[in-house]
Write a protein that binds this ligand. Structure first.
Ligand code: FEO
Length: 612
């Protein structure tokens, strides 16, 4: 059945894209509701569409009824009206969220308004996202791989975690009664026509591959993990969130994903981060580390030890170039985590790097015995352990509600009292981001050296004839500060005064140079630049104070001005342009001063142009 949307206001047609609906039974007790967006031309910034797209939602009617995903907000009224024709809201029991991107979850609040009693089922991260999106209390059920939800009449749904396909919160839902696997984005395509399924596969090949290349290819290893997790399922049909459902050539489409992903998944730059979701402060620490890792060119797998199989743990731990491990809870009550740690130890080898961190869960596996075991295996410790413990409640009655968090390590030391639910200290979060970047840089170090060696000699010499001044960028954001030596700096505007600075993407300082941030550009003086250069060229450990032993005074907005600088400019970032491996940071200049009227700027003459 195809319903054409006629959107009018007071009888006058609104110039709009064509939006239609399609409803069809696709298996026992299972109905597809497809929202056809015929004329959508772009998905995200980089994803041009030739054939529009669809947003697919599904009803599964056992003794209980589940809705799988909703739709895009542009279908708000159409979808609502159609859903009400399909089912009375009182009969709806569950809303399964395959992932929370708005093209599928844009109408969650509308469904909740119709049926506030329903339970929303999703990955832990998905439920957290939704709580921030919906702003209304709702019932929820967190699921992960292996969990089941029995709707009755044989529809005992089984969930499969499929993180990174393409959001971190993705789950698949398998219904053994129909053999349908609901995958949302995975195996989808942006292809809009009235064919419900893949009856004419050759028409779809191009769009299927383009979609894979744009959305799934960058996470090829995660695709392979997901394929392994669904390997034993008897899949008769793949109910995707975009485009036609896959029924006639299921094996062909799956094999395409397998083949393409095997070709793309690299192992020479893989970082695997093992942790236990939701334990202690693990989620926040991992989020910061992931942010830091993504500044570098590595492939990343984040693995929740609570849902990963030992086989997955073994494969990933063996394939990784570096391992980051957030300590799981110890003790006999958690035998699965002990087995996972043993498996990692059995798979690790001496060519790998390692970083360990406690998460402050109260009963973390002790870090030092494990550290010794990895050292005995010959792994390189990229970053010293980060220790985070929940301490005793402070005696001060004013703080009686608080728990103490004590973090100390060779890298970061600090002591703070924060309530269990409050934010972690910003300095600790920054340290975690820098740990991620350090690990990524360690993994990609060989490639960086190869790139430096690979340029044509004459070209690199010619490029080296471009010279620049020597500067130190300094910034303060709240309690956090950072600094870096820069030489790729130029004036870029006269009215208003503006400068442009190229900053490598994997610099810790990059996080202080987002649009709206303020910083100081300190100009080094010829003949007096060596002490400051030497200091700021030091490789700082994550979280280390860049200004220890350096004389500074604060600028108007608080960023440190170096007392030994020849001049300084106080700047505000107004835009950023992404080049291949640098950000070009354009900033307007608010104030500035020269310390010595006669002084000259220190200049950097390079021999070659392919590195600093
Ligand atoms: Fe189709 Fe990731 O949303």
């Amino acid at each position: 059945m195809v319903l054409l949307a006629e959107r009018t206001t007071l009888g006058a047609p609104i110039p709009t894209d064509r939006l239609t609906l399609q409803v069809a039974d696709i298996g026992p007790d299972t109905t597809a509701i497809r929202c056809l967006d015929w004329d959508r031309q772009r998905f995200d910034i980089e994803f041009a569409l030739d054939n529009g797209t669809t947003y697919n939602s599904f009803l599964i009617r056992g003794d209980k009824v589940a809705l799988v995903d909703t739709s895009h907000v542009k279908f708000q009224e159409l979808y609502r009206d159609l859903l009400l024709k399909q089912i009375h809201p009182d009969q709806l029991d569950y809303l399964i969220i395959s992932h929370t991107e708005p093209d599928h979850s844009g109408l969650v609040a509308d469904v909740l308004a119709l049926a506030p009693h329903i339970t929303i089922v999703g990955a832990k991260v998905a439920i957290q996202f939704l709580e921030n999106m919906v702003h209304e209390p709702f019932r929820s059920q967190v699921v992960k791989s292996g969990d089941r939800l029995d709707l009755g009449k044989g529809h005992c749904l089984e969930f499969v975690s499929a993180p990174n396909l393409h959001w971190p919160d993705t789950i698949f839902t398998y219904d053994p009664a129909s053999g349908i696997l609901f995958t949302c984005d995975a195996f989808g395509m942006h292809y809009c026509d009235e064919h419900l399924q893949d009856e004419v596969p050759h028409l779809l090949e191009k769009d299927f591959q383009y979609y894979y290349d744009c959305l799934m290819g960058p996470n090829a290893r995660s695709v392979l993990m997901a394929l392994k997790r669904i390997d034993g399922l008897d899949i008769q049909q793949v109910a995707t969130g975009h485009g036609p459902l896959l029924k006639h050539q299921v094996n062909h489409w799956m094999n395409c994903y397998r083949r393409w992903s095997e070709a793309q998944a690299k192992t020479d730059n893989l970082v695997v981060l093992f942790h236990v979701e939701g334990y202690g402060h693990s989620d926040r620490l991992v989020e910061a580390m992931v942010q830091g890792l993504h500044k570098t060119e590595i492939e990343l797998e984040v693995v929740d030890l609570a849902s990963a199989t030992l086989q997955e743990v073994r494969e990933l731990a063996g394939a990784a170039s570096a391992l980051l491990i957030g300590m799981p809870p110890q003790g006999r009550q958690h035998p699965n985590f002990q087995a996972a740690i043993s498996t990692i130890l059995a798979s690790a080898h001496r060519k790998q790097g390692i970083g360990l961190f406690e998460v402050g869960g109260g009963e973390d596996e002790p870090i030092y015995p494990l550290r010794t075991q990895f050292q005995d295996l010959g792994l390189t410790e990229i970053v010293p352990p980060l220790i985070l413990k929940m301490g005793a409640k402070p005696a001060n009655p004013a703080s009686a509600e608080q728990e103490s968090i004590f973090a100390s390590s060779g890298l970061w030391s600090g002591f703070g009292f924060v309530s269990q639910t409050s934010e972690l200290p910003a300095a600790l979060v920054q340290t975690c981001e820098e740990i991620g970047t350090d690990v990524g840089q360690w993994v990609s170090r060989d490639r960086t050296i190869q790139q430096i060696k690979s340029l044509d000699t004459n070209l690199e010499k010619a490029l080296g004839r471009l010279s620049g001044g020597l500067y130190i960028l300094t910034a303060q954001k709240g309690e956090l500060s950072s600094a870096m030596l820069a030489s790729w700096v130029m004036q870029a505007s006269a009215t208003p005064l503006g400068v442009a600075i190229a900053v490598a993407k994997d610099r810790a300082m990059e996080s202080f140079l987002r649009v709206g941030d303020r910083f100081v550009l300190n100009v080094l003086e010829e003949g007096n630049s060596q002490p400051l250069m030497k200091h700021f060229l030091t490789r700082f450990s994550p979280g280390a104070d860049r200004f220890a032993g350096v004389k500074t005074f604060p600028s108007q907005q608080g960023s440190p001005i170096l007392a030994e600088a020849l001049a300084y400019l106080e700047c505000e970032v107004t835009s950023r342009l992404e080049s291949h491996d640098h950000w070009i940071v354009y900033s307007t200049v608010h104030t500035g001063r020269v310390a010595k009227a006669e002084g000259l700027t220190a200049v950097h003459h390079r021999k070659v142009g392919n590195h600093y």
